[in-house]
Design a protein around this ligand. Structure first.
Ligand code: ADP
Ligand code: TPP
Ligand code: MG
Ligand code: MG
Ligand code: MG
Length: 331
């Protein structure tokens, strides 16, 4: 009895160092079921994934502890969800359906086994939302914790929606939430995350509108991207690639009630002097989709029109050049 108890306690407090590399890999991969796209999953030198379209959409993004997440601000499941979402959103932003994901994990040996298990569960849960499977990865010991994901997608015979197709006269529209994640981060920074709300949830677990990506391609979207660094900064990439001006209307950005409430609190405690719309324009980590469409396209309700494409360059807000106050890892 006493030995049992001892073993249970040890299991609860075990680290990935106790498991060893292959024990850890087994613990992780047991959580990743196959989908119909998977011909061969983890365990061999490489995975084999179906590509019915014969064109493969491929993208990669890293999450670095301290820079993209903090373990005292986000739980392991949150980090798993976010690591998957950040990558699967890029696949959707091409107009593709995510099929597979590869997980690179660099972690210190004293990382609790439980942390990796829950991270794996979060990763798998987000993949399931998008219809993708985790098919492989790599595991190394490191002084710091880094998650590096590669995601694959299938275009199902549709067009890849690039950043360079926007034309004057097109409308600019957004699907998904803007500003909530940045407000959640500001609440965490201000030490005011005691009450769970939509902003904290959006920051910890972004919820990209995956299916809107392929649907936008079918509707005839001329350009599209996911908003990761901030709306204005990211739309600047469409403006530059398409050699057009993105003209936004501030009044078209409808402030979600949770954002208004969070920014109200932040302003009352002096943590920010900003308007909620500024969070929508410059926030970052929204993983909403922003796209341009020809003006005659009837857009379903998941899209909100926020501006139009003009001749010219850059991003304008109500006629004046907009400040691109988004995220840059090196400035
Ligand atoms: N280290 C790198 N090597 C090669 N390509 C890169 C590297 N970093 C970024 N890129 C490419 O530059 C483009 C912009 O990157 P990024 O801003 O990270 O895109 P996103 O916000 O969609 O993740 C992408 O096409 C990406 O693949
Ligand atoms: C501890 C912490 N500090 C700051 C941030 C905010 N932040 C980190 S990266 C980032 C931008 C998006 O990440 P990036 O690596 O640029 O993704 P990509 O554009 O490549 O999709 C933001 C807003 C955060 N999430 N966590
Ligand atoms: Mg990237
Ligand atoms: Mg992107
Ligand atoms: Mg970025």
């Amino acid at each position: 009895m006493r030995r049992e108890r001892h073993r249970t306690l040890k299991a609860v407090s075990s680290t990935i160092g106790d498991l060893g590399e292959f024990g850890l890999i087994a613990r992780l991969t047991a959580r990743f079921p196959h989908t119909d796209d998977v011909i061969l999953g983890p365990g061999d030198d490489a995975a084999v994934v179906r590509a019915p379209d014969r064109r493969v959409v491929a993208t990669t993004d890293m999450l670095v502890e301290g820079r993209h997440f903090r373990r005292d601000w986000s739980g392991p499941r949150d980090v798993g969800h976010k690591a998957a979402a950040q990558n699967l959103a890029d696949v959707a932003a091409m107009g593709a359906r995510p099929t597979a994901l590869l997980l690179g994990l660099a972690a210190p040996a004293d990382l609790p086994t439980r942390w990796v298990e829950e991270f794996g569960d979060g990763l798998q849960a987000e993949c399931a939302v998008a219809g993708a499977a985790v098919v492989g990865g790599d595991t190394v010991r490191s002084d710091s914790l880094t998650v590096s994901i590669t995601a694959l997608g299938d275009l199902r015979g549709g067009r890849a929606v690039r950043r360079d197709g926007a034309a004057p006269g097109d409308v600019v529209a957004v699907a998904g939430d803007l500003g909530l994640s940045a407000a959640g981060l500001a609440l965490l920074r201000a030490g005011r995350a005691e009450r769970e709300d939509a902003c904290l949830a959006a920051h910890r677990r972004p919820a990209p509108p995956y299916a809107a990506g392929p649907r936008a391609a079918e509707l005839g979207a001329t350009a599209m991207l996911d908003v990761s660094d901030g709306l204005v900064q990211d739309l600047g990439h469409i403006a530059a690639a398409s050699a057009v001006r993105v003209a936004l209307r501030r009044g078209a950005l409808r402030v979600p009630p949770a954002l208004a409430e969070a920014v109200g609190l932040l302003n009352r405690i002096g943590a920010t002097g900003r308007d909620p719309v500024d969070f929508m324009l410059a926030g970052g980590e929204d993983h909403a989709l922003a796209a341009t469409f020809p003006p005659d396209v009837a857009l379903p309700a998941e899209w909100t029109v926020i501006g139009r494409i003009d001749e010219g360059e850059g991003v304008a807000l109500d006629g004046a050049p907009a400040e691109a106050a988004g995220w840059d890892h090196f400035s």
